[in-house]
Design a protein around this ligand. Structure first.
Ligand SMILES: [Mn+2]
Length: 318
C-alpha cells in the first residue's frame, strides 16, 4: 500500500516537483490536459507517463476522461457508438503506454455542491451540499434509473473486453452526492446495493472501484463494512481519502478524522486485508493562503496519510 497525490490536470514541472517534495510514490492525473477532442493518443500518454517518471513518480492512474468523451454513452445520445469507439481507443493507447488504471464515473451532471463556505476548523473553506438548496434544474433528461442501467451495460459490454485485452483496469467512482436524482437528473451509483449488483454482473478483473471514502460515507453510516466488503472481493483499486460530516441530503466536507469515519480504522482495515493499491487525497479543506488546488490542504492531507500508514506499519512490525 502506498500514498500518491492526485486531483490535478496539468503535469507541470512545478506540480510534479511539489509531489516529489511531499514524498509521494506516484500521482494520479485528473482529466489531464492532453490534445484530442474525442480520445487521447498513445504518444501523448506515453510522454505524460515519462514526465512523471522523470520526477520519480509512478503514473498510477488517469482519473476521468473529459465528460464530453462519453456523455452520450451515459444518457444514450446519438453520438454514443462513436464515443464508445473513441473511448476504446483511449483504453488501448493507455495500455500500450503502460498506464494501468482509468478512473471514471457514471454521472450525467457531475459532482454537485451548493456552496464553498468557511465552515471547517478555524474557518477553513469546505464544500457543502444541501439538497433543498440545489438550484438551476439540469436539462430535462428523458431517462430513469433503468435507462441508466441499460446504458451502463451497453458501455461495459463494449469497453470491458478492450480493457482486459489492453491490461487496463477501470475504476468506478460513486455518484456525488449519492442520491437517486439531483437537479432533476437521475443517478445510478448512489447505493451499496447498486454497486453490489454491478459487481455481480462484472466478475472481470478490469471492473474495479475508486473507493471514495467521502462519497461512500455521505450515503449513511457503515462505510467501513462497505469498504471491507469490496476490498475482500478484490475490487478496490484505489482509495480517495476525504472526510465528510453528515449524510445526504445535507453534508459538509471536513479535515480527516473529524467526520463520518475513523481514518485509523480505515487504514488498519486496508493493511489487515492486504490491500495492495494506493490512497490519494481528494477534495481538501482550503487553509489560509490556499487557492485553487490547495497546496496547503493537500500537504496536510498527504502528510496525515503518510504518518498514519508509517505508524501502523511500525506497530505491526513489532
Ligand atoms: Mn472522490
Amino acid at each position: 500500500m502506498r500514498i500518491a497525490v492526485g486531483q490535478f490536470s496539468a503535469a507541470t514541472d512545478l506540480r510534479l516537483q511539489y509531489c516529489q517534495q511531499l514524498g509521494a510514490s506516484g500521482v494520479v492525473l485528473n482529466t489531464p490536459e492532453l490534445p484530442g477532442t474525442r480520445y487521447w493518443s498513445y504518444e501523448d500518454l506515453r510522454d505524460l507517463k515519462a514526465r512523471c517518471e522523470r520526477y520519480g513518480l509512478r503514473l498510477e492512474a488517469i482519473e476521468n476522461v473529459p465528460l464530453g468523451f462519453y456523455d452520450h454513452a451515459i444518457w444514450g445520445g446519438p453520438e454514443r457508438d462513436a464515443q464508445i469507439e473513441a473511448y476504446q481507443l483511449t483504453i488501448k493507447n493507455m495500455g500500450r503506454a503502460g498506464i494501468p488504471l482509468l478512473g471514471y464515473h457514471w454521472m450525467a451532471n457531475g459532482v454537485i455542491r451548493t456552496g464553498w463556505e468557511p465552515r471547517g476548523r478555524g474557518g477553513a473553506v469546505v464544500s457543502v451540499f444541501q439538497a433543498d438548496a440545489v438550484k438551476a434544474p439540469g436539462p430535462e433528461m428523458p431517462l430513469d434509473e433503468e435507462g441508466l442501467w441499460a446504458n451502463y451495460r451497453y458501455f461495459m459490454e463494449a469497453v470491458l473486453p478492450v480493457a482486459e485485452a489492453s491490461g487496463v483496469q477501470l475504476a468506478l467512482h460513486p455518484d456525488d452526492p449519492p442520491l437517486p436524482r439531483v437537479a432533476g437528473v437521475p443517478r445510478l451509483f448512489y447505493s451499496f446495493e447498486n454497486f453490489q449488483k454491478a459487481a455481480r454482473e462484472y466478475p472481470s478483473e478490469a471492473w474495479g472501484l475508486d473507493f471514495c471514502l467521502g462519497t461512500w460515507s455521505e450515503m449513511g453510516p457503515g462505510v467501513l463494512d462497505k469498504l471491507r466488503y469490496f476490498v475482500r472481493q478484490r475490487r478496490v483499486r484505489y482509495v480517495h481519502f476525504r472526510d465528510v460530516r453528515g449524510y445526504v441530503p445535507t453534508f459538509e466536507e471536513c479535515f480527516l478524522g473529524e467526520g463520518n469515519y475513523d481514518p485509523v480504522a480505515v487504514m488498519q482495515l486496508l493493511l489487515d486485508e492486504g490491500f495492495d493499491g494506493f490512497a490519494i487525497d481528494d477534495h481538501v479543506p482550503l487553509l489560509v493562503g490556499d487557492e485553487g488546488w490547495g497546496e496547503r490542504g493537500r500537504a496536510y492531507t498527504t502528510g496525515y496519510l503518510q504518518g498514519l500508514l508509517t505508524a501502523l506499519k511500525a506497530v505491526r512490525a513489532h
